[in-house]
Ligand binder design. Structure first.
Ligand code: 13P
Length: 281
């Protein structure tokens, strides 16, 4: 069933588990996420990132993602990830996405707040959930490369932003990066607890790939309700396709993509079990 992120994250924060949000760029990704979530009776989010639109146009992905969500026997939210341009955010809302993220994390505070409020107003007409980011998670998607502590989320600023913007969930910067970590991540758990203590909206962890199992458990224990994953799933899928092709056997294009999908299934299953959302639908 298609549902909003607000509904999913409310349950996750009440029952203290994490909802996996997986970035999708193809039919194989969509099927890997939705079918695995269904098999595990888990709520889930499928997301299209603005940065991936050259490879996965929203006009084609929206009907696919929405159909997969509607057909699923578990709750699925269809999300726009790292929406930076007003045009794409409006397109996603109009296409029927049930959740959008506005990423103004590299903007000055006042500008981030002002633009977020505008998106909240537009999204409220259709009941679309809105996520925004304060502080900045580095590493590519929608921003800079680093994750220096100066960019970490300040709890007091997070509280002010969450109250003034009217958002449904808040992405926080506590030491993760998008993509592969160049060195072992050291997350600022105390900061996460301090934010969770004062911000009432569900908190979101970006840059989930490469974290240890203990990191995920600790983040969820300290208040994270949504975890974003792309790189781990995407690299595993490509690696499976590469291996299938390396057999040298002549094959149809759906044969190596099938190998890729099956491997992505495994990554999604591992994460869903780790986040504790299996059996929660
Ligand atoms: P990873 O690619 O590090 O898993 O991050 C995904 C993400 O945060 C998408 O918003």
């Amino acid at each position: 069933m298609l549902c909003t992120a607000k509904e999913l994250l409310k349950d996750a924060s009440t029952r203290k588990y994490g909802v996996g949000m997986f970035n999708v760029v193809s039919l194989d990704c969509v099927r890997a996420v939705c079918e695995t979530a269904e098999a595990l009776k888990s709520p889930v989010m499928i997301a299209l990132a603005e940065i991936h639109l050259p490879y996965a146009p929203i006009e084609l992905m929206a009907p696919l993602m929405l159909a997969a969500a509607r057909n699923a026997k578990v709750p699925v939210a269809v999300h726009l990830d790292h929406g930076c341009s007003f045009e794409v955010l409006v397109k996603a809302v109009n296409a029927g996405f049930t959740s959008v993220m506005f990423d103004g994390s590299t903007l000055p505070y006042a500008e981030n707040l002002g633009r977020t409020k505008e998106i909240v107003k537009i999204a409220s007409v259709s009941g679309t959930s809105v996520e925004a980011e304060i502080g900045h998670v580095g590493g590519g998607e929608g921003g800079t490369e680093d994750s220096s502590p100066e960019l970490y989320t300040e709890p007091e600023q997070a509280l002010r932003f969450a109250q003034e913007s009217g958002i449904d969930s808040l992405a926080v910067a506590i030491g993760t990066v998008h993509g592969e970590f160049k060195k072992t991540p050291r997350l600022d758990f105390e900061r996460l607890s301090a934010i969770h203590k004062i911000v009432s909206q569900p908190l979101v962890l970006h840059g989930g790939s490469g974290l240890s199992d203990d990191d995920f458990r600790e983040c969820i224990r300290r208040g994270i309700s949504k975890v974003n994953i792309f790189t781990d799933m995407s690299y595993a899928g490509s690696e499976a396709a590469r291996k299938a092709l390396a057999s040298g056997k002549k094959m149809h294009c759906f044969e190596f993509t099938e190998a890729s999908r099956k491997t992505m299934d495994e990554v999604v299953e591992t994460k869903i079990r780790l986040f504790g959302s299996n059996g929660m639908a």
